[in-house]
Design a protein around this ligand. Structure first.
Ligand code: UTP
Length: 290
């Protein structure tokens, strides 16, 4: 089975759940401690063996492009003032991967955003890393899905068990264990009502697809929320040839909602060798006053 070397990061949503922060700046550029969310996602893709990345943008295109480009004046200043660690970090971002950009001209949903990647993808399998879902773990989530693609040869969904109250916000999948820690997925539903839930497993943040998805997406009518839903297209694949579900390890932070942003910043700061101890002491003192 072909190795997955391409990735698509949709980052063109309106981010209405994190307004007004996302009014001008894409939510994917919101920081977790000192890096924008999208940098964690690009780094996860690179650690997973991805070589070419397409970022789907809309507003704030310049900001995202600039972040992954050289900042000559800044680099010269850091070099002149001997701040070589900062210089290395700034340059490292530019060299992370071969990143290109395409603009989604209308915000018609995640399915439509993925369709914008058709010519970039060509005839190869590709990973989709949702631009507002940061997943941090030893074994990159994207790599776990790519391995499952190579093992099973079908499109792969990153899945996670969620509570009965939360499942209605996600896509619920119909699953059977395959015996190797993965699941066979034969159906799915976007934003199910309580009596439509197929299992407590939801699709979260990462999928691996083949170009077979594009003709389906081209025929997919707007679904939940009036948007072209990726889930509606993947459902056709699940029902016909089946897909593979991978309950990935790692901690997921939803940068598309306010609590998720706070959790990401707290937990990543606590885990950082340069900040963790000081931040923990500060938090303990702060919490004691509430
Ligand atoms: P979301 O549904 O979480 O993003 O899409 P949203 O539409 O910005 O969310 P609201 O407005 O707060 O409800 C998941 C990912 O897909 C991208 C988003 O940027 C996010 O990273 N997306 C979504 C697109 O690229 N294009 C779209 O038309 C919709």
């Amino acid at each position: 089975m072909a190795k997955v070397k391409k990735a698509v990061i949709p980052a063109a949503g309106l981010g209405t759940r994190v307004l007004p922060a996302s009014k001008v700046m894409p939510k994917e550029m919101l920081p977790i401690v000192d890096r924008p969310a999208i940098q964690y996602i690009v780094e996860e893709a690179v650690k997973s063996g991805i070589e070419d990345i397409l970022i789907i943008t809309n507003r704030g295109k310049g900001l995202i492009e600039d972040h992954f480009d050289h900042a000559i004046e800044l680099e010269q200043r850091l070099e002149a003032s001997g701040k070589l660690d900062d210089l290395d970090e700034v340059r490292r971002i530019t060299d992370l991967a071969n990143i290109t950009f395409v603009r989604q001209k209308e915000t018609k949903g995640l399915g439509h955003a993925v369709l914008c990647a058709k010519s970039f993808v060509g005839d190869e399998p590709f990973a989709v890393l949702y631009g507002d879902d940061v997943i941090i773990g030893e074994d990159p989530a994207c790599a776990q899905l790519c391995r499952a693609f190579e093992a099973h040869g079908k499109g792969v969904l990153g899945i996670h068990e969620v509570s009965a109250e939360a499942i209605g916000k996600y896509s619920s999948v119909k699953i059977e264990p395959t015996g190797d820690g993965c699941f066979y997925v034969s159906d799915m539903i976007e934003k199910p009502k309580p009596d439509e839930v197929m299992s407590p497993y939801a699709i979260l943040g990462r999928v691996v697809l083949t170009p077979d998805i594009f003709p389906i997406l081209e025929q997919t009518a707007p679904g939940a929320g009036g948007e072209i839903q990726l889930t509606d297209a993947m459902k056709m694949l699940a029902r016909t040839v089946g897909m593979t579900g991978v309950p990935f390890t790692g901690t997921r932070y939803d940068m598309g909602n306010k609590l998720g942003i706070l959790q990401a910043n707290c937990e990543v700061a606590l885990s950082r060798p340069d900040l963790g101890e000081e931040f923990k002491a500060y938090l303990k003192e702060l919490v004691a006053t509430f």
